[in-house]
Design a protein around this ligand. Sequence first.
Ligand code: PCA
Length: 323
Amino acid sequence: MKKFATLLAGTAVSMTMVGSAMAEKWDMPMAYSATNFHSENGAKFAKCVTDGTNKAIEITTHPSGSLFKGAEIKRAVQTGQVPIGERLLSGHQNENAVFGFDSIPFLATSFDASQKLFKAAKPAMDKLLASQGMTMLYAVPWPPQGLYFKKEVNSVADMKGVKFRSYNTATARLAELTGMLPVQIEAAEISQAFATGVAESMISSGATGYDRKVWESLTHFYEVDAWLPYNYVLVNNDAWAKVSPENQKIIQDCAATAQAEGLEASKAYTQFTLDGLKKGGMTVGRAGDGLVNELKEIGKTMTSEWLKASGEEGKAIVDGFNK
Ligand code: PCA
């Protein structure tokens, strides 16, 4: 009897050990506010993985740049400081122009076109990320990008000298080409930047203006649908290799769901947040033809600059998109 009890106790111990050796806790940094649709979608994805793997992989999201700021997230995943994270990859186009394929003004201006562009760019993105030891699990576009100001703007001349919040190289270049003064600021910090006058305009989605309640400082949102940049959820390849094939499959299925639901949420959030900006007191509407035509000219300049910087790979993306 005593022998049997010892045997039982031994079994219980080794089972717990197996259980704890298999249970992985994954912290997932995210840059945008908890109530933003990307963050809410990420939280659903985390729950899907945690439940689906029976807590073998338990993902906890950390929105609002609380664990790592947006600009630090890619490096944190790449160096294995965290196994997984979400990032606006165009923020790294200064490192490699290919990352900026989704921020070329007026190349893909609708959800359908941006999905087509994303598909054309996916192989190049996968290759680039693999060379950095990471894999893309899913990607979700932001709503179309429009211009925010604290005055009426009808032409590029009206933008001269305005302090402009940028979020990547393309937005900073847009500022230069329109005579504005770019300053790069994370979305999590823009309310403060607008309130203190560090910045007085930006290009972004209705979603980000709504999330950050920019009507407290800004007055006009001009819909120009310049592009739709993507947020990506990236996993570190060493962390990924430790996941069992069954759990990899579960994570991939959760990612596919998150990609599809995130796209729908982005579409739904577009009008909802434009209405929200109006309710906040902002003037919201399409930019005038004169302004749009001037911006399109700037878009042509930026397209050729991007094609030069991204070389063969960039050309293949644009050709694939135009096919
Ligand atoms: N919001 C993010 C990126 C694009 C967008 O719509 C931001 O402004 O930081």
